[in-house]
Design a protein around this ligand. Sequence first.
Ligand code: SF4
Ligand code: SF4
Length: 95
Amino acid sequence: MIANYGYKDGSGDFFIAIDTDKCNGCGACVPACPGSVLDVGEDPNDPMREEPVSFVRDEQRKKLKYACAPCKPDHDRPRLPCVKACEGLAIEHSW
Ligand code: SF4
Ligand code: SF4
């Protein structure tokens, strides 16, 4: 499934989508993220899932525009640290 974390406001949509079918819980995205946005553990949307999965930390979900801003000076999405770290291509950003 696609787990969407984020929000929209007057300036745009700020969502990170984690494809939990592609995420294998490897954890590579966590240390790659300078904003401490991502974590890996129990699936917050599927408590029955046994494997760990990546998710956006609860405290970051309402401020992604700002948390991710240092990575996005040029909106060059394929070069985002989290996207580059994920070999499974499980992470997408809406902005
Ligand atoms: S790097 Fe990709 S596959 Fe690994 S935990 Fe993060 S989202 Fe999942
Ligand atoms: S864009 Fe940067 S701060 Fe945002 S989740 Fe990816 S690596 Fe972390």
